[in-house]
Design a protein around this ligand. Structure first.
Ligand SMILES: Cc1ncc(COP(=O)(O)O)c(C=O)c1O
Length: 419
């Protein structure tokens, strides 16, 4: 039956879905201190559960708003004008921009996942390369390859022998891999940067971003900056958005953000793109018909994002405080077990170095350790899924429930000290 589907479908089906597979497996047997104490602690999926109590109350208060006829019928599928306007104001303030983002240059889709796919469709033809510094958010490969058929081209930017910052920004490395891709006959169309970076938690400096903007402008390639963790910094340096920088090639510079991380609402499915390129925005508006944010969701998100008083006096202070607490617990716990980690300053996760538990430092050993930890009741994301250049690194999400962080650390210790 192999030939009943298109080549496109076959190719997509051949791209593995490791993390989705384990998310579903782990979700079917989640740890709960009272109801399922032998369930699995999920420290692998990046969800922000630190403020669940606050969000449940907020959503309950806002739910009556959707009992409105605007929930029922077709609407502007690329995003309500009011919501785009309010997101533009919110980001303008939070990212310290001189003015709000122009709502006409914003399109909303059902998650940054959908936005990455739409951007890849817009900037690359089948087989064209999009560069991406690694390690990075693993699904980017699926997002740009599965439907858009662009080619994810890895640029290793994590150094084994580092000079104090293993995730140091290296424009020379980017240049080298750009040339390598060209010499291999690839048509390089763009570069995607996650800032803050997932999984290292690295925040790039203004100088790093400016260097990259200049590089992409010189090469005439698009630069897509995914800032989905922009408001999840727990330490200095202060986060600098690409939109705060001097942009040499505005028509090829695109900014992405969403509600899944900074605002904890990954179930609401809403991501956005802001770009000065009218043609790119027009194209993404067209494809928004396939992945629009449902009207009832937009109504609630609009009420949230326009409530700056609640966001600034209730949500963000609580999120900052709880994120910081969980981060400290995780750091202290890892130090106590003797697990080294990269010192990031943002995001929901810690990039841990478990290489000392891998005698030969191979990917097979990394996978074996992953399974051993899972058997010991803790799910952690293995570095291979984030294209780590070295085997043995794992990502630990600390923005889950505090008791899950504590229980996960206990289980890690048991597994890692069991030999
Ligand atoms: C860097 C990055 N971009 C995008 C996403 C996906 O976001 P969304 O839930 O909006 O699709 C994630 C999720 O983990 C992420 O880490």
């Amino acid at each position: 039956m192999a030939d009943v589907l298109s080549k496109r479908a076959d190719r997509t089906l051949n791209i593995p879905e490791f993390l989705v597979h384990y998310l579903l497996e782990v979700s079917a047997n989640s740890f709960h201190p009272a109801d399922n104490p032998s369930g699995i602690v999920n420290l692998g999926t990046i969800e922000n559960k630190t403020c669940e109590d606050i969000w449940l109350k907020k959503v309950e208060d806002l739910t009556p708003l959707i009992a409105d006829k605007s929930s029922l019928y077709y609407y502007n599928l690329s995003g309500f004008e009011t919501l785009r306007q309010n997101i533009g104001k919110f980001l303008g303030t939070k990212l310290k921009l001189p003015e709000p983002l122009d709502p006409q240059k914003i399109v909303l889709l059902d998650g940054v996942t959908a936005v990455l796919n739409a951007v890849a469709l817009a900037i690359a033809d089948e087989g064209d390369a999009i560069l991406c510094p690694i390690p990075t958010y693993g699904r980017i490969l699926n997002d740009i390859e599965e439907v858009a058929s662009a080619r994810f081209y890895k640029v290793p930017m994590f150094q084994e022998c580092d000079t104090g910052d293993a995730a140091e920004f290296r424009i020379d490395v980017i240049e080298k891999y750009y040339e390598k891709a060209v010499n291999e006959g690839r048509n390089v169309k763009g570069l995607i940067l996650c800032n803050p970076q997932n999984p290292t938690g690295k925040v790039y400096s203004q100088n790093d971003i400016s260097c990259l903007l200049d590089f992409c402008a010189r090469k005439g390639i698009h630069i897509v900056v995914d800032e989905i963790y922009a408001l999840s910094c727990y330490d200095k340096p202060e986060f600098i958005s690409v939109l705060q920088c001097n942009i040499p090639d505005p028509a090829r510079t695109h900014f992405l953000w969403g509600f899944s991380k900074d605002l904890s609402l990954s179930g609401f499915r809403c991501g956005m793109i802001y770009s000065e390129s009218t043609r790119l925005i027009d194209y993404i508006r067209k494809v928004s018909f396939f992945c629009s944010v449902p009207a009832p969701v937009q109504i609630i998100l609009n009420a949230i994002i326009s409530d700056s008083e609640w966001l600034d006096t209730v949500y963000f202070p609580t999120y900052q405080k709880r994120m910081r607490e969980n981060f400290e617990i995780a750091c202290r716990g890892l130090e106590a077990i003797g697990v080294p980690f990269y010192r990031g300053t943002a995001g929901s996760y810690i990039w841990m170095d478990l290489t000392k538990f891998l005698p030969s430092k191979t990917n097979e050993e990394e996978l074996a350790l992953f399974h051993k930890l899972l058997l010991g009741g803790v799910y952690l994301c293995p570095g291979k899924e984030m294209f780590s250049p070295y085997a043995g690194w794992f990502r630990f999400t600390f923005t889950t429930y505090k008791d899950h962080v504590i229980e996960g650390l206990k289980r890690m210790e048991k597994v890692l000290t069991s030999n």
